[in-house]
Design a protein around this ligand. Structure first.
Ligand code: SF4
Length: 330
């Protein structure tokens, strides 16, 4: 069974990923997709990263696994800073950290059989050969709810849910410790989503996995996560345990996100009415100083437009980036 600990597996410190979009010599256009993000993932837990599309959550995941080179900050994996490693030095860590992608079809090579897709990592890391390799692939297929006879088929012969299962089997093939699940269910039918999430939970227990679960669907992320970080325009706004975030959100942005979750039975709900955000979303290209949420925040004051709020621990295990968090929640 996966054992949740307080032992850090991954410590992200002031991580930045900026993209140069060109512009003129005088005025470069810099997209600050991830702009100084700090959080820790403990061994055995699921850390959910949520926010609207374009908030930088996927870029954060891709930078951690070094699909993108970070612009700044540290990616400490058991104390080793992955941000400083070259491709060769990263090789052993690519076995420890795997990723499940949002679009299972786009992430699978359509010209490879399922055996070749799942076996690719096993071959790259030279883990098993011949009969043992094939047996491992059969075993993985069964673990993700597929059958041995699926091994010689191609991705187009499967449904979306089955393709995601193949992607999950591929990520498990080399015994990783950490899996970055990048919106793994958002491209699937609603009827399949819960099945895949339940399967991820079972696999976590069985293989002692740690997850970074990236999603925009707050109800699903609550179900699977132990702790959650809320992102907005490249910055973290709030981090706390899953229950605390839903029962006692402190940041105005988190409150608005939670208020937009559909309520199954409005008569029995005690949740406050939906908060409609007004104002521009803000621009991550050459952003102005101050709170990224200021253009949509109903509590914004002058200080918010001048000074960027730091993520501060306001209670044990509850971090919020807001100058006026006490006043707002009084
Ligand atoms: Fe709103 Fe200001 Fe707090 Fe930002 S710092 S969330 S603008 S009150």
């Amino acid at each position: 069974m996966a054992k949740k600990t307080k032992e850090p597996l991954l410590e992200i410190v002031d991580l930045k990923k900026h993209f140069d979009l060109g512009g003129t010599l005088r005025k470069k256009k810099i997209l600050t997709a991830v702009d100084g993000v700090t959080f820790t993932i403990y061994k055995g837990e699921t850390f959910g990263l949520v926010g609207e599309s374009g908030c930088g959550k996927t870029t954060t995941g891709r930078t951690i696994i070094r699909l993108y080179n970070p612009t700044g900050g540290k990616i400490l994996y058991e104390g080793v800073d992955l941000a400083t490693l070259n491709n060769k030095q990263m090789f052993p860590f690519r076995r420890k950290i795997q990723m499940i992608f949002q679009d299972p079809y786009a992430s699978l090579n359509t010209r490879m059989t399922v055996t070749d897709i799942i076996g690719e990592g096993i071959d790259t890391h030279n883990l098993l050969q011949g009969k043992e390799r094939q047996e491992r692939i059969f075993e993985l297929l069964e673990k993700v709810g597929l059958k041995r006879e699926h091994a010689n088929r191609y991705p187009h012969e499967f449904s979306g849910g089955q393709r995601q299962r193949i992607g999950i089997a591929r990520s498990l093939a080399i015994n990783p410790d950490l899996i970055i699940c990048d919106e793994p269910i958002s491209a699937l039918d609603v009827s399949i989503q819960a099945q895949v999430v339940n399967m991820l939970e079972d696999l976590q227990e069985e293989f002692d996995l740690t997850y970074l679960f990236i999603a925009h669907d707050l109800s699903m992320v609550r179900h699977i996560s132990d702790r959650i970080g809320v992102m907005y325009l490249g910055k973290l706004m709030e981090i706390t345990t899953s229950d605390e975030l839903y029962d006692n959100p402190r940041h105005p942005y988190t409150k608005s996100l939670l208020s937009s979750i559909p309520i199954p039975d409005p008569r029995s709900s005690i949740r406050e009415s939906r908060i409609i955000l007004e104002g521009d979303v803000g621009n991550p290209i050459n952003p102005k100083p101050g709170c990224r949420f200021a253009s949509r925040c109903r509590y914004a004051k002058d200080r918010c437009r001048q000074e960027t709020p730091e993520l501060v621990e306001i209670e044990p295990d509850h971090f919020v980036a807001c100058h006026f968090v006490d006043e707002i929640n009084d």
